[in-house]
Ligand binder design. Sequence first.
Ligand code: NDP
Length: 249
Amino acid sequence: MKIPDSYQPPPQLLADRVILVTGAGDGIGRAVSLAFAAHGATVVLLGRTVAKLEQVYDRIKQAGGAEPAIYPMDLEGAVADDYADLAGRIDGQLGRLDGLLHNAAQLGALTAIEHYDPVTWLRVIQVNLNAPFMLTRACLPLLKRAADASVLFTSSGVGRRGRAYWGAYAVSKFGLEGLTQILADELEENSSVRVNSINPGAVRTAMRAAAYPAENRAALPTPEEIVLPYLYLMGPDSREVRGQALDAQ
Ligand code: NDP
């Protein structure tokens, strides 16, 4: 499923909304955070490299956006209490949470299952799947208080159809698709929180370059060129879209 071709977000699409983005310092997360802020949102920038988050913060301020928040966090080592602290801080300082974009991820190794290093496997599953579970769990009470909340998990083509050598990365994305369906089903009847997954498709980022080093990068869309579906899925125009696996391209 794709978003409507003709979709044009109004300039203040996300006004007064607070949206948390993981992996906000680079790649797709960076571009989408800037786009959310440009459409009125207060963005909580979560990531592990503070200097990158500060650059995004500065760009948002320079563009006249609402003051963002920086939340340094390494998803590899974070435990349930850390996520509870994060939710508590958002509640205490911003008073609400309207959107949650799970974007941070690691590629891990591209190798056969037979040779996959177990330590790398556990790290990739921790960052890509366990962390989104714990973060979502901690944020749900806040999200349920919002009139129209959106949770968006970032998937991949290899999270919808398995492919040789994609190992823990692909398995983590399959897991996120399952989490999307389960959570969407749980929240269908009794809450206004909608849950979907998005596959960005091939995008010109560091992760893509690591996965496809020989590819012509210039032929790929930039992160800035694929922000529209993210805006649609975070804003009120997608209110009826629930439990869907969407494609950004
Ligand atoms: P990048 O590698 O460019 O960015 C990933 C971001 O995640 C970085 O900001 C990185 O932080 C952050 N991150 C990684 N590990 C951790 C951690 N342990 N704790 C906190 N933050 C962390 O990737 P993309 O922008 O390409 O990917 C974004 C999403 O899109 C991912 O979920 C990816 O799987 C998905 N995707 C991307 C595709 C593509 O072609 N680019 C295709 C299909 C899916 P830092 O900067 O500090 O390293």
